[in-house]
Design a binder for this molecule. Structure first.
Ligand SMILES: C[S@@+](CC[C@H](N)C(=O)[O-])C[C@H]1O[C@@H](n2cnc3c(N)ncnc32)[C@H](O)[C@@H]1O
Length: 262
Protein backbone atom coordinates (compact mmCIF):
# COMPACT_ATOMS: atom_id res chain seq x y z
CA UNK A 1 0.00 0.00 0.00
CA UNK A 2 1.26 3.44 -0.91
CA UNK A 3 0.88 6.67 1.07
CA UNK A 4 1.46 10.23 -0.15
CA UNK A 5 4.94 10.95 -1.50
CA UNK A 6 5.19 7.34 -2.66
CA UNK A 7 5.99 6.06 0.80
CA UNK A 8 5.26 2.35 1.02
CA UNK A 9 3.63 0.85 4.10
CA UNK A 10 5.86 -2.16 4.39
CA UNK A 11 6.61 -2.08 8.13
CA UNK A 12 3.24 -3.56 8.94
CA UNK A 13 3.56 -6.25 6.28
CA UNK A 14 6.97 -7.17 7.62
CA UNK A 15 5.59 -7.37 11.11
CA UNK A 16 2.85 -9.75 10.07
CA UNK A 17 5.31 -11.89 8.14
CA UNK A 18 7.74 -11.91 11.05
CA UNK A 19 4.97 -12.89 13.44
CA UNK A 20 3.75 -15.65 11.17
CA UNK A 21 7.22 -17.00 10.77
CA UNK A 22 7.80 -16.78 14.52
CA UNK A 23 4.65 -18.82 15.18
CA UNK A 24 5.75 -21.31 12.53
CA UNK A 25 9.07 -21.67 14.34
CA UNK A 26 7.25 -22.13 17.67
CA UNK A 27 5.09 -24.88 16.19
CA UNK A 28 8.02 -26.59 14.52
CA UNK A 29 10.20 -26.58 17.62
CA UNK A 30 7.48 -27.55 20.08
CA UNK A 31 6.21 -30.34 17.83
CA UNK A 32 9.71 -31.84 17.96
CA UNK A 33 10.13 -31.12 21.66
CA UNK A 34 6.67 -32.33 22.69
CA UNK A 35 7.72 -35.90 23.44
CA UNK A 36 10.55 -34.64 25.69
CA UNK A 37 8.98 -31.43 27.00
CA UNK A 38 8.16 -32.72 30.47
CA UNK A 39 11.67 -34.07 31.00
CA UNK A 40 13.37 -30.92 29.69
CA UNK A 41 11.12 -28.84 31.90
CA UNK A 42 12.02 -30.89 34.95
CA UNK A 43 15.74 -30.59 34.17
CA UNK A 44 15.67 -26.84 33.48
CA UNK A 45 13.63 -25.98 36.56
CA UNK A 46 15.19 -28.63 38.82
CA UNK A 47 11.64 -29.62 39.70
CA UNK A 48 10.63 -26.18 41.03
CA UNK A 49 8.06 -25.66 38.24
CA UNK A 50 5.61 -27.96 40.05
CA UNK A 51 5.60 -25.73 43.11
CA UNK A 52 5.11 -22.55 41.07
CA UNK A 53 2.26 -24.07 39.09
CA UNK A 54 0.66 -25.06 42.39
CA UNK A 55 1.05 -21.51 43.75
CA UNK A 56 -0.17 -19.82 40.55
CA UNK A 57 -3.43 -21.76 40.69
CA UNK A 58 -3.77 -21.43 44.47
CA UNK A 59 -3.50 -17.62 44.32
CA UNK A 60 -5.79 -17.50 41.31
CA UNK A 61 -8.67 -19.28 43.00
CA UNK A 62 -8.05 -17.69 46.39
CA UNK A 63 -8.54 -14.10 45.15
CA UNK A 64 -11.31 -12.78 47.36
CA UNK A 65 -12.75 -9.91 45.38
CA UNK A 66 -15.08 -11.80 43.12
CA UNK A 67 -18.09 -13.78 44.24
CA UNK A 68 -19.30 -14.85 40.81
CA UNK A 69 -19.13 -18.30 39.23
CA UNK A 70 -15.75 -19.86 38.57
CA UNK A 71 -16.84 -22.66 36.29
CA UNK A 72 -15.37 -22.06 32.86
CA UNK A 73 -11.65 -21.59 32.34
CA UNK A 74 -9.12 -21.37 29.57
CA UNK A 75 -5.48 -22.49 29.78
CA UNK A 76 -3.76 -20.43 27.09
CA UNK A 77 -0.70 -22.20 25.66
CA UNK A 78 -1.48 -25.25 27.75
CA UNK A 79 1.41 -27.28 26.32
CA UNK A 80 1.21 -30.75 27.84
CA UNK A 81 -1.51 -29.55 30.22
CA UNK A 82 0.28 -29.15 33.56
CA UNK A 83 -1.50 -25.97 34.68
CA UNK A 84 -4.94 -27.19 33.64
CA UNK A 85 -4.26 -30.38 35.56
CA UNK A 86 -3.28 -28.34 38.61
CA UNK A 87 -6.60 -26.46 38.48
CA UNK A 88 -8.50 -29.77 38.31
CA UNK A 89 -6.55 -30.97 41.36
CA UNK A 90 -7.37 -27.86 43.38
CA UNK A 91 -10.88 -27.26 42.02
CA UNK A 92 -12.27 -30.46 40.51
CA UNK A 93 -15.70 -29.09 39.48
CA UNK A 94 -14.52 -26.87 36.61
CA UNK A 95 -14.59 -27.00 32.82
CA UNK A 96 -11.36 -26.05 31.01
CA UNK A 97 -10.53 -25.30 27.41
CA UNK A 98 -6.89 -26.32 27.00
CA UNK A 99 -5.61 -24.32 24.06
CA UNK A 100 -2.27 -24.34 22.26
CA UNK A 101 -0.82 -23.44 18.90
CA UNK A 102 1.14 -26.72 18.67
CA UNK A 103 -0.78 -29.89 17.89
CA UNK A 104 2.02 -32.12 19.19
CA UNK A 105 1.94 -30.52 22.65
CA UNK A 106 -1.86 -30.77 22.91
CA UNK A 107 -1.63 -34.50 22.25
CA UNK A 108 0.00 -34.97 25.66
CA UNK A 109 -2.75 -33.21 27.63
CA UNK A 110 -4.71 -36.44 27.62
CA UNK A 111 -1.92 -37.99 29.70
CA UNK A 112 -2.70 -35.68 32.61
CA UNK A 113 -5.26 -37.47 34.70
CA UNK A 114 -7.03 -35.08 37.09
CA UNK A 115 -9.89 -34.27 34.70
CA UNK A 116 -13.01 -36.33 34.22
CA UNK A 117 -14.85 -37.14 30.99
CA UNK A 118 -16.33 -34.00 29.43
CA UNK A 119 -14.56 -31.53 31.70
CA UNK A 120 -11.84 -30.54 29.23
CA UNK A 121 -11.67 -29.73 25.54
CA UNK A 122 -8.51 -29.32 23.52
CA UNK A 123 -8.43 -26.44 21.04
CA UNK A 124 -5.75 -25.57 18.53
CA UNK A 125 -5.37 -21.79 18.36
CA UNK A 126 -3.26 -18.68 18.64
CA UNK A 127 -3.09 -16.79 21.95
CA UNK A 128 -3.18 -13.48 20.11
CA UNK A 129 -6.40 -14.25 18.20
CA UNK A 130 -8.56 -16.42 20.39
CA UNK A 131 -11.48 -18.10 18.63
CA UNK A 132 -13.99 -17.33 21.40
CA UNK A 133 -16.71 -14.79 21.95
CA UNK A 134 -16.29 -11.88 24.34
CA UNK A 135 -16.62 -12.71 28.07
CA UNK A 136 -16.83 -16.44 27.36
CA UNK A 137 -14.79 -17.50 30.41
CA UNK A 138 -14.89 -16.96 34.18
CA UNK A 139 -11.13 -17.15 34.24
CA UNK A 140 -7.97 -17.76 32.26
CA UNK A 141 -4.34 -18.52 32.88
CA UNK A 142 -1.08 -19.25 31.11
CA UNK A 143 2.24 -20.74 32.12
CA UNK A 144 5.57 -19.86 30.50
CA UNK A 145 3.83 -18.62 27.35
CA UNK A 146 4.18 -14.84 27.69
CA UNK A 147 7.70 -15.19 26.27
CA UNK A 148 6.11 -16.09 22.95
CA UNK A 149 3.81 -13.05 22.77
CA UNK A 150 5.19 -11.00 19.90
CA UNK A 151 2.92 -8.12 20.94
CA UNK A 152 2.43 -8.38 24.70
CA UNK A 153 0.01 -5.55 25.10
CA UNK A 154 -2.26 -6.61 22.24
CA UNK A 155 -2.23 -10.24 23.38
CA UNK A 156 -3.19 -9.36 26.96
CA UNK A 157 -6.06 -7.25 25.64
CA UNK A 158 -7.22 -10.26 23.66
CA UNK A 159 -7.18 -12.37 26.86
CA UNK A 160 -9.05 -9.63 28.70
CA UNK A 161 -11.68 -9.67 25.93
CA UNK A 162 -12.67 -13.30 26.48
CA UNK A 163 -12.86 -13.11 30.30
CA UNK A 164 -16.05 -11.82 31.93
CA UNK A 165 -16.00 -8.63 34.03
CA UNK A 166 -14.63 -9.46 37.50
CA UNK A 167 -13.31 -12.74 36.10
CA UNK A 168 -9.77 -13.82 36.91
CA UNK A 169 -6.56 -14.11 35.01
CA UNK A 170 -3.13 -15.38 35.95
CA UNK A 171 0.15 -15.57 34.14
CA UNK A 172 3.10 -17.59 35.37
CA UNK A 173 6.34 -16.56 33.72
CA UNK A 174 10.01 -16.02 34.30
CA UNK A 175 10.86 -12.47 35.25
CA UNK A 176 13.84 -10.20 35.45
CA UNK A 177 14.63 -7.72 38.17
CA UNK A 178 14.91 -4.07 37.25
CA UNK A 179 18.26 -3.31 38.96
CA UNK A 180 21.39 -1.53 37.68
CA UNK A 181 23.02 -4.95 37.36
CA UNK A 182 20.18 -6.24 35.20
CA UNK A 183 22.07 -5.99 31.87
CA UNK A 184 24.91 -8.15 33.27
CA UNK A 185 22.51 -10.65 34.79
CA UNK A 186 20.62 -10.68 31.49
CA UNK A 187 23.70 -11.72 29.57
CA UNK A 188 24.67 -14.31 32.16
CA UNK A 189 21.25 -15.85 32.72
CA UNK A 190 20.21 -15.49 29.07
CA UNK A 191 23.29 -17.32 27.83
CA UNK A 192 23.36 -19.89 30.63
CA UNK A 193 19.70 -20.71 30.09
CA UNK A 194 20.11 -20.99 26.34
CA UNK A 195 23.11 -23.24 26.80
CA UNK A 196 21.32 -25.45 29.33
CA UNK A 197 18.20 -25.55 27.17
CA UNK A 198 20.20 -26.56 24.12
CA UNK A 199 22.07 -29.19 26.11
CA UNK A 200 18.87 -30.64 27.61
CA UNK A 201 17.12 -30.65 24.25
CA UNK A 202 20.14 -32.22 22.58
CA UNK A 203 20.34 -34.99 25.17
CA UNK A 204 16.68 -35.92 25.38
CA UNK A 205 15.96 -35.67 21.66
CA UNK A 206 19.31 -37.22 20.73
CA UNK A 207 20.31 -34.16 18.76
CA UNK A 208 17.13 -33.67 16.74
CA UNK A 209 15.68 -30.61 18.52
CA UNK A 210 16.52 -27.25 16.98
CA UNK A 211 15.70 -25.38 20.21
CA UNK A 212 16.08 -21.94 18.69
CA UNK A 213 13.58 -20.30 20.98
CA UNK A 214 15.26 -19.45 24.26
CA UNK A 215 17.60 -16.72 23.09
CA UNK A 216 14.81 -14.87 21.35
CA UNK A 217 12.31 -15.33 24.16
CA UNK A 218 14.65 -14.27 26.96
CA UNK A 219 14.51 -10.73 25.60
CA UNK A 220 10.77 -10.76 26.35
CA UNK A 221 11.05 -11.49 30.06
CA UNK A 222 9.79 -8.53 32.08
CA UNK A 223 10.04 -7.29 35.64
CA UNK A 224 6.85 -7.67 37.71
CA UNK A 225 6.38 -3.90 37.57
CA UNK A 226 6.55 -3.88 33.80
CA UNK A 227 4.07 -6.75 33.70
CA UNK A 228 1.76 -4.88 36.09
CA UNK A 229 1.71 -1.93 33.71
CA UNK A 230 0.86 -4.21 30.82
CA UNK A 231 -1.90 -5.88 32.85
CA UNK A 232 -3.34 -2.54 33.90
CA UNK A 233 -3.17 -1.29 30.31
CA UNK A 234 -5.13 -4.34 29.17
CA UNK A 235 -7.91 -3.64 31.69
CA UNK A 236 -7.02 -5.85 34.65
CA UNK A 237 -6.59 -4.81 38.25
CA UNK A 238 -3.32 -6.60 38.94
CA UNK A 239 -0.97 -7.75 41.67
CA UNK A 240 1.85 -10.26 41.76
CA UNK A 241 3.89 -12.76 43.71
CA UNK A 242 7.51 -13.56 42.99
CA UNK A 243 9.81 -16.48 43.69
CA UNK A 244 13.42 -17.51 43.23
CA UNK A 245 14.73 -13.96 43.76
CA UNK A 246 12.37 -12.43 41.25
CA UNK A 247 13.17 -14.87 38.49
CA UNK A 248 9.65 -16.32 38.70
CA UNK A 249 6.61 -14.07 38.55
CA UNK A 250 3.01 -15.05 39.20
CA UNK A 251 0.93 -12.21 37.77
CA UNK A 252 -2.66 -12.10 38.95
CA UNK A 253 -5.49 -10.00 37.63
CA UNK A 254 -9.19 -9.34 37.93
CA UNK A 255 -10.95 -7.94 34.88
CA UNK A 256 -12.23 -4.54 35.92
CA UNK A 257 -16.01 -4.10 35.78
CA UNK A 258 -17.24 -2.45 32.60
CA UNK A 259 -17.92 1.22 33.14
CA UNK A 260 -19.63 1.87 29.82
CA UNK A 261 -23.10 0.70 28.86
CA UNK A 262 -23.18 -2.03 26.19
C1 LIG B 1 7.11 -23.35 27.49
S1 LIG B 1 5.65 -24.14 26.93
C2 LIG B 1 4.59 -24.00 28.36
C3 LIG B 1 3.51 -25.04 28.38
C4 LIG B 1 2.62 -25.07 29.61
N1 LIG B 1 1.81 -23.88 29.74
C5 LIG B 1 3.38 -25.31 30.88
O1 LIG B 1 3.14 -24.61 31.85
O2 LIG B 1 4.19 -26.24 30.89
C6 LIG B 1 4.99 -22.90 25.84
C7 LIG B 1 3.76 -23.36 25.10
O3 LIG B 1 3.15 -22.22 24.51
C8 LIG B 1 2.68 -22.58 23.23
N2 LIG B 1 2.56 -21.34 22.44
C9 LIG B 1 3.54 -20.53 22.00
N3 LIG B 1 3.05 -19.50 21.30
C10 LIG B 1 1.70 -19.66 21.31
C11 LIG B 1 0.62 -18.90 20.77
N4 LIG B 1 0.82 -17.78 20.05
N5 LIG B 1 -0.62 -19.34 20.97
C12 LIG B 1 -0.87 -20.46 21.70
N6 LIG B 1 0.11 -21.22 22.22
C13 LIG B 1 1.38 -20.82 22.04
C14 LIG B 1 3.71 -23.57 22.72
O4 LIG B 1 3.20 -24.36 21.67
C15 LIG B 1 4.01 -24.36 23.99
O5 LIG B 1 3.16 -25.45 24.12
Amino acid sequence: MSLGSGIEVIADKNRVEKKQSYNEMVKEDFNILSTSYDRINLFMSLGTDKQFRYLAIKHLIAAREDHGDLNTWIDIGTGTGHLANELFLQKPDVYIVAMDITQGMLGFCKDRNAHVEGSMDLVLGDASRLPFRERAFDGGFSGFVGRHFTDYSKTLKEHHRIIRPLGRYSMLEMGRKATPLAPLIDVYVGQMMSMLGRLAAFIVTRGSAPFRLLEETYARFHSPKQLSKLFDGAGFKSWYKTGLMGSIVIMLGIRKPDTHKR
